[in-house]
Design a protein around this ligand. Structure first.
Ligand code: 13P
Length: 257
């Protein structure tokens, strides 16, 4: 990976995981980290379902890895508290031990009809709670086929990324919707083009644009991670399916470390 921001390897477990097997995977990750002692040149993040944040936080603390394995939420509400049954507020994530919150994942945009404005409000809520917001953007297959990819990214960046975003409180995740969970990935040239475009759009708004981490997500696995992570402006990965098992996740981390 060319020199740039410190890479972030993030696992999005989505709606998967029960406490005991989840802790076994984290313990397995810990063993890999131990073996690579002192060489962790990347930030490692797990975004488990909300029910697992507290037990994983305790388990990770017990392993002495609180600073080496960070935790994040998969979503947060735009309000800090209130009558919103089933939702989770950003200060609650922070309180439970999270450092990050994913907002605007395409599954939330689709399943819950989240607009760019809603994602913007959630990112602001994450920031207000002291969390790093991982703001997801990405085009659908139809948008790609219509040659709209860069236009969509521009629109989503403009609508979803708050004015107060900085390289310290915000990460952008480029996840082409059609690449998520499908085994399909864009070509390296297409990923490079999208990431260069995202950097350029960030540079038009933010002085510290060069420091923002721009993650690629969508069918990242051990076999394609090295090629993707070596691209300019790719500062890590947001991994779904391959983050559930340490044996699949660790080789992706090694691709940047
Ligand atoms: P997959 O890695 O399973 O394609 O999921 C990507 C993703 O949506 C991560 O947020």
């Amino acid at each position: 990976m060319p020199k740039g921001p410190r890479p972030l390897i993030a696992g999005n477990w989505k709606m998967n995981g029960l406490a005991k097997p989840a802790m076994r995977e984290v313990t397995a990750l810990a063993k890999h980290l131990d073996k690579a002692a002192g060489k962790q040149a990347f930030d490692l993040l797990i975004c488990p379902p909300a029910t697992l944040i507290a037990p994983l936080r305790a388990g990770i603390a017990k392993l002495g890895l609180t600073r080496r394995i960070r935790l994040g939420g998969q979503d947060c509400h735009a309000s800090a508290s209130g009558a919103h049954t089933g939702d989770i507020a950003a200060p609650m994530l922070k309180d439970a031990g999270c450092a990050y919150a994913i907002v605007g994942h395409s599954e939330r945009r689709t399943d819950h009809g989240e607009s760019d404005a809603a994602v913007h409000a959630k990112a602001e809520a994450a920031h207000a709670a002291g969390l790093i917001a991982i703001i997801c953007i990405g085009e659908t297959r139809a948008e790609r086929d219509a040659g709209q990819t860069l236009r969509i990214l521009t629109r989503q960046l403009k609508g979803s990324v708050p004015a107060a975003a900085t390289a310290r409180n915000t990460v952008i995740a480029y996840e082409p919707v059609w690449a998520i969970g499908t085994g399909l990935t864009p070509t390296a040239a297409d990923v490079a083009k999208a990431h260069a475009h995202i950097r350029k759009r960030l540079a038009a708004r933010f002085k510290d644009a060069a420091g923002f981490r721009i993650l690629y997500g969508g069918s990242v696995k051990g076999s394609n991670a090295a090629e993707l992570m070596a691209l300019a402006n790719v500062d890590g990965a947001l991994v779904g399916g391959a983050s559930l098992k340490a044996t699949d996740f660790w080789p992706i981390a090694l691709a940047v470390g």
